[in-house]
Design a protein around this ligand. Structure first.
Ligand code: HEM
Length: 391
């Protein structure tokens, strides 16, 4: 049994001492990880809790450890030297394999310092007129909240990043594969990326010569600014689309919450139940002793906003949609839909602004039919469709 105590152990146990979900002969957890990762990690967390541990092991072709307690989250997100991003899952997805996402300390902090201002509240407030003008009207009658959110977020991101000037068909073609099941998002797309980079250069040249106030105008003059633009767009689209689609669905099912004064709590509760960033990955740059177990250098170290936000030891009625719970502070380091620490989501304020503005502009909705089962891919989203109607 692994203890939760933090006392240093003179002889740490090896990884095999950790609890794990059932394995399949020949492939460990790989098959379940590929086909049904949520039941797999939920099972791992149950077994870990039963064993008094806050981490469990996965066999994914290389050793992996998943933790879900506030203490683990805080350590993983706070110790950027031990928990490195460069060897995590993003490295195998060309969309995300670059820019600030794959930069580790000490360069990471410098890079964030140069990029952050464009995504801070003050600059976003200046962009708001543009994004407001791009808000799409909700269709009359019945519509699928998932595909509507997809189109709405594309328009809004185009407005925020490019003043609406990026070729919409190319933007759609670029971002659509990210929503497909693995391995589609991981396939190389050199031609498409060349086209996107050419479009970025065309628009950046205009801003460098003629000025501008959109996000590209802020990013274009920075070293590596076009790569940051491309990578952050990829990080922005699915996450925001899925959060918006789930928020619409929850509002349609609980219309009593559809009022501007409740929307912030609705969004928080939506992101607690359905965090698009359901799992974050790092690689250990050195051996690490965690509660009496030696986690080896090179192992994958994962944190799971999905598990932490549904932990029955931390949340009352964890699977219920209860926006009223946000009248109180959440348990520290248990609510991480935007990650935390120095790698806190760059687009957190942007996403919140866009989603809350969309919700405020929507008429009253009712749920008609849908499948909101969370499907984990690069991000977690509803299986869909989510048919709602404007009333
Ligand atoms: C509801 C929408 C969003 C959610 C739920 C979300 C979630 C997250 C999470 C969980 C992380 C941390 C990943 C980790 O620790 O490994 C993250 C990082 C990041 N997000 Fe978001 N995100 C959202 C929207 C956006 C938007 C709109 C942008 C556009 C700028 C963006 C850009 C990024 C970037 C660049 C990082 C990497 C930051 C770093 O490593 O320093 N995200 N996001």
């Amino acid at each position: 049994m692994v203890s939760r105590g933090t006392r240093p152990n003179p002889r740490p146990a090896s990884l095999s001492a950790l609890p794990e979900p059932p394995t399949r002969p020949g492939n460990g957890h790989l098959q379940d990880w590929a086909l049904a990762p949520l039941p797999l990690i939920e099972n791992g967390a149950r077994r870990a809790r039963a064993a008094g541990s806050d981490v469990f092991r996965l066999r994914l072709g290389l050793p992996a450890v998943v933790g879900f307690s506030p203490a683990w989250n805080r350590r993983l997100l706070g110790d950027l030297n031990t928990f490195r991003s460069a060897g995590g899952f993003s490295a195998v997805v060309p969309y995300l394999a670059g820019g600030v996402i794959l930069t580790d300390g000490p360069a990471h902090r410098r890079r964030r310092q140069t990029i952050n201002p464009g995504f801070g509240r003050a600059h976003l407030e200046a962009l708001r007129g543009r994004t407001h003008a791009a808000l799409p009207a909700a269709p009359d009658g019945e519509f699928d909240a998932l595909s509507w959110a997809d189109g709405a977020v594309l328009r809004l991101l185009n407005a925020a990043y490019f003043g609406g000037e990026f070729n919409p068909r190319l933007l759609h073609a670029f971002l659509a594969p990210l929503r497909r099941p693995f391995p589609v998002p991981a396939l190389p797309r050199p031609l498409l990326f060349l086209q996107v980079d050419a479009e970025l250069r065309r628009l950046a040249t205009r801003r460098l010569t003629g000025g501008g106030d959109d996000l590209l105008a802020v990013l274009a003059p920075l070293p590596g600014g076009l790569e940051e633009t491309r990578v952050s767009l990829a990080a922005a689209h699915d996450t925001t689309t899925h959060a918006l689609a789930y928020a619409l669905w929850h509002l349609a099912r609980h219309p009593q919450w559809h009022a501007p004064e409740h929307h912030a709590a609705v969004l928080k509760e939506t992101l607690r139940l359905h965090p698009p960033g359901w799992m974050g990955s790092r690689r250990l740059s050195r051996d690490l002793e965690w509660n009496g177990v030696r986690l080896p250098r090179g192992a994958l170290a994962l944190y799971a906003p999905y598990l932490s936000a549904r932990d029955p030891e931390l949340w009352e009625g964890p699977t219920a949609f209860r926006p009223e719970r946000w009248e109180h502070k959440p348990p520290a380091w248990a609510y991480l839909p935007f990650g935390g620490g120095e790698r806190l989501c760059l687009g957190m304020h942007l996403a919140q602004m866009l989603i809350l503005d969309v919700l405020s502009a929507l008429p009253s909705l009712r749920a008609v039919r849908g499948d909101d089962t969370p499907v984990p891919g690069i991000t977690l989203g509803p299986r869909g469709p989510l048919v709602v109607k404007s009333v």
